[in-house]
Write a protein that binds this ligand. Structure first.
Ligand SMILES: [Zn+2]
Length: 90
């Protein structure tokens, strides 16, 4: 598992971050690191549904929708763990 995480990490470091902008009906912009198949999230500000908008970030590679959907999920999980660890250690 550790090896896999290392590989996944290097893949994502070598490409653009899969970061998408979402906008709710009240105009709040929500930035989320999500799978390409996700087109809406709940706005954390007003809990309305926020829909994906075209981001200023262009993707020359799109591993999310194609070859590595599972890797993406694992990576997202790994990242959350990593963030939690960083918060813990400060
Ligand atoms: Zn909102």
């Amino acid at each position: 598992m550790r090896h896999l995480r290392k590989i996944i990490r290097s893949i994502f470091l070598s490409i653009n971050m899969p970061l998408y902008d979402f906008k709710c009906e009240k105009g709040h912009i929500v930035e989320r690191l999500v799978d390409n198949s996700i087109h809406q999230v709940n706005c954390p500000e007003c809990t309305n549904q926020a829909f994906r908008i075209i981001s200023s970030i262009n993707f020359s590679l799109d591993p999310i929708s194609g070859d590595f959907p599972k890797a993406t999920k694992n990576w997202a999980k790994w990242r959350q763990v990593k963030i939690a660890e960083e918060r813990k250690t400060g």
